[in-house]
Design a protein around this ligand. Structure first.
Ligand code: ADP
Length: 289
């Protein structure tokens, strides 16, 4: 079983052909809401690929929160670890889209209230999982707490260090795999880390694929699939959810990476983060063709 400890957001998008200047109001075009948050996105990716997923996180006691709980349940995610908090708002990402010039403001809301104290009450969920998947849209002290708890309980941990925040070496030592993209890998200064940490680092390189270190300590590149790209939002989230779903099933590192590379390639052929996430059948068909 997979446990995802992370953020749950509603993405609120407005497209416009003109960015408002300071003090200016413009009439936009389309308005839409999409379920989002790296935690929820990665949970959806893993659930669609057949994993038994339990989420730990929080939403506010508002319409977005209610909607997101129902939505994630419908995706087959077990939500008993998600709290509905009174007096705080559900996390939102306010996205202004103008051609390629996206501007985003995230208001974390309930995600900021996912504290070690909250996790302590739900320890058993983590301890009964095969693997825990984390991102960095909840407080860093919570991430530290979960990594230490999983480590002491012999549960594998995958840390997707996005968005980037500084991480201590001792914490990196306790994760099973860390999955930065190119920019995050540079921020972590992966090339300056010790061999043990380098060996557990899987770097996603967008359309260039995925770089990892194999069992013999050799750097390997898994090239990305050549696909018609529509929207790369959620590619990293699909990769992480898919990777963890495969590791949970006992797949080898190389197989899990190749599979996740295929799932992420499929996700960029469709618009939206969660909308584009493939099912198990879709990935199998893609890999057999
Ligand atoms: P993030 O979205 O977190 O920045 P990346 O851009 O590195 O992450 O993408 C994650 C993974 O998604 C890549 O390693 C690759 O497997 C897949 N991917 C991303 N962009 C493309 C693309 N243009 N074509 C095929 N696969 C892609």
């Amino acid at each position: 079983a997979v446990c995802v400890v992370g953020s749950i957001n509603m993405d609120i998008t407005v497209s416009t052909s003109k960015m408002p200047k300071q003090g200016e109001t413009v009439l936009g075009e389309k308005y839409r809401t999409y379920p989002g948050g790296k935690g929820a996105n990665q949970a959806v990716a893993a659930a669609r690929l057949g994993s038994d997923v339990t989420m730990i996180g929080a939403v506010g006691d508002d319409v977005f929160g209610k909607h997101l709980l129902t939505h994630l349940q419908q995706e087959g995610i077990q939500m008993q670890g998600v709290e509905v908090l009174g007096g705080v708002s559900t996390g939102i990402a306010n996205i202004i889209m103008m051609n390629q010039d996206n501007r985003i403001i995230v208001a974390p809301g309930a995600n900021q209230h996912v504290t070690p104290e909250m996790i302590e009450k739900k320890k058993h969920i983590i301890q009964n999982s095969d693997i825990v998947l984390l991102q960095q849209e909840i407080p860093m002290r919570t991430i530290q707490y979960v990594i230490e708890l999983a480590y002491e309980s012999g549960v594998k941990v995958v840390l997707n260090p996005a968005p980037f925040q500084p991480l201590s070496k001792s914490l990196l030592e306790k994760v099973t795999y860390i999955t930065p993209n190119e920019i995050e890998a540079e921020a972590i200064n992966i090339t300056q880390q010790n061999v043990r940490i380098q060996r557990k680092t899987i770097i996603t390189l967008g359309k260039s694929g995925v770089q990892f270190v194999n069992n013999n300590g050799e750097k390997k590149l898994v090239p990305a699939f050549l696909v018609p790209v529509k929207d790369t939002t959620g590619a990293g989230d699909t990769f992480n959810g898919a990777f963890v779903s495969q590791i949970a099933k006992g797949a080898s590192l190389h197989h899990a990476i190749s599979y996740a590379n295929a799932a992420a390639a499929l996700s960029v052929t469709k618009i939206g983060a969660q909308t584009g996430m493939p099912s198990e059948v879709e990935v199998e068909e893609f890999l057999n063709n």
